[in-house]
Design a protein around this ligand. Structure first.
Ligand SMILES: Cc1cc2nc3c(=O)[nH]c(=O)nc-3n(C[C@H](O)[C@H](O)[C@H](O)COP(=O)(O)OP(=O)(O)OC[C@H]3O[C@@H](n4cnc5c(N)ncnc54)[C@H](O)[C@@H]3O)c2cc1C
Length: 475
């Protein structure tokens, strides 16, 4: 939708073909009884990328899309009784870490400053431009970034960097967790990834006033105001190619002509299903996929004042958990449990005195596991863990329930193997191996969304839309 808005602003007549009967893909919402749930993303960072779209179209974003900054990013719980509140305000967070974990402020400050430098140096290279055009590499900022190669800590794993720089085990686990923000394994993904936490700690975390679904809903309305035409229930079966040019798309038997085509479908099925006769970029398509998730959506009949919008209950054995996700492709019996409760900030999301719990556990991508059996087993492990940590009887409080598994994520969005973020970033060259935002073979075919450059997650998907529209000349 962000790409559609940007191209409509460039004066293209844009048509969007969406397979589902709703827009937003992973970023959509649904109701269970009197509870509202966001289906996928729950953490909102870099809201300015949404604002930019309204401003580009000459509108005041505040009139159409409201959000607020969170004072508390997340509450953390460990099995040994340690508790930590991640405050948005950095000074307050440094004091919290010093008080609860006995790590001097100066140690963590040094770590955060290094991460900031990495982010500032890589932003112009990795995030805001196509990585696959020579002119990107000739820019002064890019050359400066390359000259600072060693400061990116690319040859060591995130876990090793965190252990060397932070030492305290709870804090190491805390910062290892940020690898999961792009579906990667902290024991493999490079130390460069310390910059992921920077988005949260430095730029802050936010919540839309009507919940995450309002990101999609408000962009859908903006796109329509810009003249974009949406065709729902319209699964594209083929991108039509003639003489190395895209000439439109086919939906069932109907052909729709176009001057150019942008695919937001996951890049693997885009090639395999929509472009089967074109040259396949085998190396790119065979990159390891990111992790997926099992999510329990629970209507809970009692409030939990000790919880906030985002809450993490850490595994006692993080290494075993990631070994299960990425190596044996199973689930750990002591998983890290994330509980997101939007009614803490959007009170209408649950009946009074009750809470809407989105309980997510990182899981392997779908390689044909028996997800029904695995989810039932996981449900028991998760409830036991939450009961222990919250001193509660969670099973007796669940009055509504739906369960999402990696195979369902794959069916609903066509994401290859149900991966949440396209390819994982476990390989140090992952950023360069992601598919470019354009086709090298077909001059007027482009790609956006979480499975191509610059990567998965809402902010990067919105940046992919900007990169694509910058690549496309005005009509
Ligand atoms: C459970 C979960 C939790 C997440 N948590 C976060 C988070 O907290 N913060 C964050 O920033 N990100 C998070 N993410 C990642 C984020 O949701 C994705 O990176 C992002 O939404 C991907 O957007 P996309 O447009 O690339 O893909 P999708 O949202 O998958 O959209 C693809 C769209 O294309 C449609 N489509 C596919 N094939 C066709 C076809 N042939 N014809 C027509 N239409 C087609 C699909 O129906 C879908 O609507 C999470 C994802 C999940 C699933």
């Amino acid at each position: 939708m962000a790409t559609a808005i940007r191209l409509a602003k460039k004066a293209y007549a844009v048509e969007v073909f969406e397979a589902n009967d709703y827009v937003g893909g992973k970023l959509s919402t649904f109701n269970l009884g009197n509870y509202r749930f966001d289906a996928g993303p729950s953490l909102f960072t870099m809201p300015q990328f949404v604002d930019d779209l309204f401003e580009l179209c000459g509108e005041n974003s505040e009139e159409f899309f409201e959000y607020k900054r969170k004072d508390i990013s997340c509450r953390y719980f460990w099995e040994d009784g340690k508790r930590l509140t991640a405050y948005g305000d950095t000074d307050r967070f440094l004091s919290e870490v010093e008080e609860k974990l006995r790590v001097p402020k100066s140690t963590l400050k040094r770590y955060l400053n290094k991460a900031k430098k990495k982010f500032d140096r890589t932003r112009p290279l990795f995030l805001e431009r196509s990585l696959h055009q020579w002119k990107t590499y000739l820019r002064k900022q890019t050359l400066e970034g390359i000259a600072n190669y060693f400061s990116f800590e690319i040859d060591t794993s995130l876990n090793s960097i965190n252990q060397a720089q932070l030492k305290e085990p709870h804090l190491v686990q805390f910062y290892n967790r940020f690898a999961t923000y792009n579906g990667s394994n902290p024991y493999k993904t490079p130390g460069m990834m310390t910059l992921v936490q920077h988005l949260e700690q430095y730029y802050g975390t936010y919540i839309p006033k009507k919940g995450m679904g309002d990101i999609s809903a408000s962009l859908y309305e903006l796109a329509k105001r810009m003249g974009v035409v949406f065709h729902l229930n319209s699964s594209v079966a083929e991108i039509l190619i003639e003489n190395k040019r895209a000439i439109g798309v086919r939906v069932k038997k109907e052909k729709h002509a176009a001057d150019l085509v942008v695919s937001n479908m996951d890049i693997v099925p885009t090639y395999r299903k929509l472009l089967p006769r074109q040259k396949q970029p085998i190396k790119t398509l065979s990159q390891e996929r990111s992790s997926s998730a099992v999510i329990f959506y629970w209507g809970i009949s009692k409030p939990f004042p000790q919880l906030d919008l985002h809450n993490i209950f850490f595994s006692d054995d993080y290494a075993a958990e990631f070994d299960a996700i990425f190596n044996t492709k199973t689930l750990s019996h002591d998983p890290t449990v994330y509980v997101n409760i939007t009614c803490k900030d959007v009170p209408t999301d649950a009946p009074e005195g009750k809470e809407n719990w989105f309980v997510m556990i990182n899981a392997p991508h779908n390689t044909g596991q028996d997800w029904t059996a695995m989810a039932q087993q996981l449900r028991e492990w998760v409830i036991t863990k939450l009961n222990r940590n919250l001193n509660a009887d969670i099973a007796s409080l669940i009055e509504e329930e739906w369960i999402m598994t990696p195979d369902i994520i794959e069916q609903r969005t066509q994401s290859y193997l149900g991966a949440l973020y396209g390819a994982s970033s476990n390989d140090k060259m992952a950023a360069f191996l992601r598919h470019p935002n354009f086709s090298r073979e077909i001059s007027n075919l482009y790609f956006c969304g979480g499975s191509v450059h610059p990567g998965g997650g809402i902010p990067l998907c919105l940046l992919s839309a900007k990169i694509v529209s910058d690549l496309i000349p005005a009509p």
